[in-house]
Design a protein around this ligand. Structure first.
Ligand SMILES: [Zn+2]
Length: 413
């Protein structure tokens, strides 16, 4: 068997394994979700709410089965029919600049995948979320968001791809190291300024208005030495009724955002306890460790790329005898699936640990936070009709936050 055929076989196998494993894990999670309501779960849901949460989970599960099947068929068909090589050949017959071909190739894939995903996100928003009373977005806002997101990812992604491809073309020997340094610089920029620059394109952020909440928040922030000027209320209610809060940024550029839905549904004390959790992410330096960790991962990826990308069998596996940066890259990432799954598991475990630490920070720094966090998290779960019995495997793969009952149990200790 030729090496390129072996690689193709590997790619197809990984796509199938990922699909099969996904089905198995989702099935286990669906079964685990439907367990009878436990005593701990009964603190969150009454019987009616619980059956509603089960129905919501099932609706998402069934729809996921359909979308996963379709996307797996599409990707397998594209790989086996040589669609990527065909697209490459089309561009190559019209253009001679290799860098331009790479950028256009990626741009076409990005536009296509956005358009192809649109019916599924539309259905998820206007049928499933709508049916369970979560959706607030108008159709106009939905399409505006989709267009903005696509334009932004093109505007940010394409220059970066151009730069990496240029480095690959010009400096083959040290490509991986220099390209990695570029990506580190880029991700530093995104960690620091990402939220600040891009979030206002989608949401209005305004300082917390005067009142009982602001007074309570001022008092807490003063004690913690957190500048109040970095604290915003966000108009999340124009898209969904679900509640949340977040911390982002580094150094002097930091932001804590509270969803308006959160402020509306929680008491003043509960909101401050949640805010204290977000300050905990900042005080425990979670952004720095996440940043270091994500760049360590990209270092592994680039080291492997440096080693493998020059191999013409990568492009050949996708059906092209003319080796190209973009086809080799695509084949590489398809083959990289098992490694990225493992990295994802580590990432999620790390993030769940950070969530426990931030909860602990809230308990340590705000009076009665144990009770207030308990009530706030319970409300958050109830308002989003959370699954209170997720399967541990599903949690490992998909949860960046600990399952609600685990989190509540830890709060009591
Ligand atoms: Zn958190």
């Amino acid at each position: 068997m030729k090496t390129s055929d072996l690689l193709l076989l590997g790619i197809v196998l990984f796509v199938l394994i990922e699909y099969g494993a996904g089905i198995a894990i989702n099935y286990l999670n669906e079964r685990s979700k439907n367990e009878p309501l436990s005593a701990a779960g009964a603190e969150i849901f009454d019987a009616t709410e619980y059956s509603k949460s089960l129905a919501y989970g099932t609706a998402k599960y069934r729809f996921g089965l359909l979308t996963n099947a379709i996307s797996t068929v599409v990707i397998l068909a594209a790989i086996m029919l040589g669609t990527f090589a065909w697209l490459d050949a089309q561009l190559r017959s019209r253009l001679s600049n290799n860098l331009l071909i790479t950028v256009l190739f990626i741009a076409i894939l990005m536009v296509f995948s956005t358009i192809a995903n649109l019916p599924a996100t539309y259905y998820a928003t206007f049928v499933i979320e709508e049916k369970f009373g979560f959706n607030k977005a108008t159709k106009k806002l939905f399409f505006q968001d989709a267009v903005k997101q696509l334009l932004l990812s093109l505007a940010i992604g394409l220059p970066l791809i151009y730069a990496v491809a240029w480095i690959y073309q010009e400096i083959t020997s040290q490509f991986w190291l220099i390209a990695w340094l570029l990506v580190v610089a880029f991700s530093l920029f995104m960690f620091v300024f990402g939220t600040r620059i891009f979030l206002p394109m989608f949401n209005k952020l305004k300082p917390l208005p005067d009142g009982e909440l602001r007074t309570a928040v001022e008092e807490y922030c003063k004690k913690q030495g957190f500048p109040l000027s970095k604290l915003y209320e966000m108009d999340a209610s124009k898209r969904s009724t679900k509640l949340n809060a977040f911390f982002s940024g580094m150094g002097k550029v930091k932001i804590i955002g509270l969803y308006d839905t959160l402020i509306e549904k929680l008491t003043v004390e509960e909101t401050v306890a949640v805010l204290a959790h977000e300050v905990g992410h900042y005080k425990r330096k979670h952004v720095y460790t996440m940043f270091a960790f994500s760049n360590l991962q990209s270092l592994i990826i680039f080291a492997l790329l440096g080693w493998l990308l020059g191999n013409p069998n990568l492009s050949r596996a996708l059906g092209s005898d003319t080796p190209s940066f973009h086809l080799s890259m695509l084949a590489f990432f398809l083959l990289f699936t098992p490694v990225s799954t493992v990295l994802g598991l580590i990432n999620n475990a790390f993030s769940r640990r950070n969530e426990f630490q931030a909860d602990q920070f809230s308990i340590d720094t705000y009076p009665d936070a144990r009770t207030h966090m308990h009530n706030a998290l319970s409300k958050l779960s109830r308002e989003s009709l959370d699954n209170v019995n997720p399967h541990p495997l599903y949690v490992a793969v998909h949860y960046s936050h600990p399952p609600i009952l685990e989190r509540l149990a830890k709060l009591q200790r």
